[in-house]
Design a protein around this ligand. Structure first.
Ligand SMILES: Cc1cc2nc3c(=O)[nH]c(=O)nc-3n(C[C@H](O)[C@H](O)[C@H](O)COP(=O)(O)O)c2cc1C
Length: 186
């Protein structure tokens, strides 16, 4: 697939099955992430890859977040939370490792850079025939989850990328007119 077709036809896939991406496929995905635009070469990126029992550990962290929420989530909510990461054979947490008070690169630029990395990862997954879906949900913003993932207070969890083998049909893509979004000063 040529580059423009990939850019124009990226399509999230929520139904994901085993097998998980191979090590070689993940290396290609991380290399794509590591080419994200990056002001002042801060490389403000951290990735945590969850598979197997790692997915269960992430689920336990979500359940703990539910317990720590006020009012504390009931047992059903905790059980549902613990199952969330099991929707794919692999989840990658994409974290913006923010350098605070940088003289040239404000926080927002560093978080956007991590977002670009996540986006590149979805393209690299699709280019290899894999499926991917970017999810956040409340757990991406939860202090219990942040602490459990070893994030500093400055860091931002930009998303959980659910990755795997496509398990369903790709949805039809929306047709959008660039004229609805673009203005030209000439
Ligand atoms: C930062 C971010 C967080 C998202 N979080 C969720 C989420 O928690 N749950 C969800 O169903 N979709 C979420 N989405 C949207 C999906 O990843 C996806 O973009 C959407 O289903 C549209 O599909 P498409 O990417 O193929 O256009 C999120 C997207 C972004 C950029």
């Amino acid at each position: 697939m040529d580059a423009l077709t990939l850019l124009h036809e990226r399509n999230s896939m929520g139904k994901l099955m085993a097998p998980a991406p191979s090590d070689a496929q993940m290396e290609a995905i991380y290399q794509a992430a590591l080419r994200a635009p990056d002001h002042a070469e801060l490389t403000p990126w951290r990735f945590i890859e969850f598979t197997g029992s790692g997915l269960e550990r992430l689920g336990e962290l979500f359940a703990e977040a539910e317990r720590n929420t006020l009012p504390a989530g009931d047992e059903a909510a905790q059980a549902a939370a613990s199952k969330k990461p099991l929707r794919a054979p692999m989840v990658v947490a994409v974290i913006a490792k923010v350098t605070p008070d940088h003289p040239k690169v404000p926080r927002v630029e560093q978080v956007v850079s991590a977002g670009c990395a996540a986006h590149a990862m979805l393209f690299a997954a699709q280019a290899q025939g894999l499926g991917g879906m970017w999810r956040t949900g409340g757990y991406a913003f939860d202090p219990t989850v942040h602490a459990g993932l070893g994030m500093s207070e400055q860091d931002e969890l930009v998303g959980f990328l659910y990755l795997g083998t496509p398990g369903g049909r790709l949805k039809p893509l929306p047709s959008r007119e660039s004229a609805d979004f673009v203005e030209r000063w000439q």
